[in-house]
Design a protein around this ligand. Structure first.
Ligand SMILES: Cc1cc2nc3c(=O)[nH]c(=O)nc-3n(C[C@H](O)[C@H](O)[C@H](O)COP(=O)(O)O)c2cc1C
Length: 217
């Protein structure tokens, strides 16, 4: 049974572009039939707290590497981590709405990553444990400005590359990025000349979301 884990992280609960894109994906996914199930977590209202214990970056057998000589981590934190990792490992496809905040990812999404990226558990460390290997992650991004060639902003989007490193390089997932740039163009006069491009970007991103949700799984 193909199962989707759908995460959103925009602080905007009403007009968010990244939420609209993940919703397009999720609706298309669900329309394929009752077998196409979804676990949804809204990190805006249901994010883990910032990590308070570095030992949680390591498998139980390796925890003293993260926090030498210290006792076991707080059982509540371990349970929270187990819940998040169980949710992730139960998913055939991972879908993440990831807007660009301060040239990086929302801190709620970063907190989630800090809990699920665990050496010896979700990424190999002296073994071959890599449960998410070869599964697909779809990142739906949105940014107010543009970061492509000719914008003067090339290389300044630090959200997508970090997600590609953790989910792709480390967890072994196939990472597909869709998204819309210049989302602030309709609202800002300084970006008025980007409005046609912004609309075209957005339409293409929704089409990509529909097509991926039809084909994946
Ligand atoms: C806290 C915050 C920081 C932002 N930082 C950036 C930024 O560094 N670069 C950028 O292009 N847009 C930035 N924006 C604009 C958002 O990327 C843009 O509004 C995007 O559409 C937000 O995603 P959403 O529509 O899914 O909420 C920022 C917005 C917020 C709220």
């Amino acid at each position: 049974v193909p199962h989707l884990l759908h995460l959103d992280s925009s602080a905007d609960g009403a007009t968010s572009v990244s939420r609209a894109l993940t919703a397009t994906f999720a609706q298309t996914w669900q329309a394929r039939g009752s077998d196409f199930t979804i676990t949804y977590r809204d990190l805006r209202t249901d994010a883990p707290p910032h990590l308070t214990d570095p030992s949680l970056h390591w498998s139980p057998a390796l925890r003293t590497v993260g926090r030498p000589g210290s006792p076991d981590p707080d059982p509540g934190e371990v349970a929270r981590q187990d819940t998040l990792i169980t949710e992730l490992v139960g998913a055939d496809i991972l879908l993440i709405g990831a807007p660009l905040y301060n040239w990086s990812m929302p801190s709620s999404l970063k907190a989630w990553l800090d809990y699920i990226h665990v050496l010896g558990v979700t990424t190999p460390f002296g073994g071959d444990t890599q449960p998410m290997k070869d599964r697909t992650a779809v990142i739906a991004t949105s940014s107010g400005d543009g970061y492509g060639p000719g914008t003067g902003n090339e290389g300044k989007n630090h959200a997508v590359p970090a997600l590609e490193l953790v989910l792709g390089a480390s967890l072994g997932m196939r990472v597909i990025v869709i998204g819309a740039e210049f989302t602030l163009a309709p609202l800002l006069e300084v970006l008025a000349d980007r409005r046609p491009q912004a609309q075209a970007d957005l339409d293409a991103a929704h089409a990509a979301a529909r097509s991926l949700a039809t084909d994946l799984g």
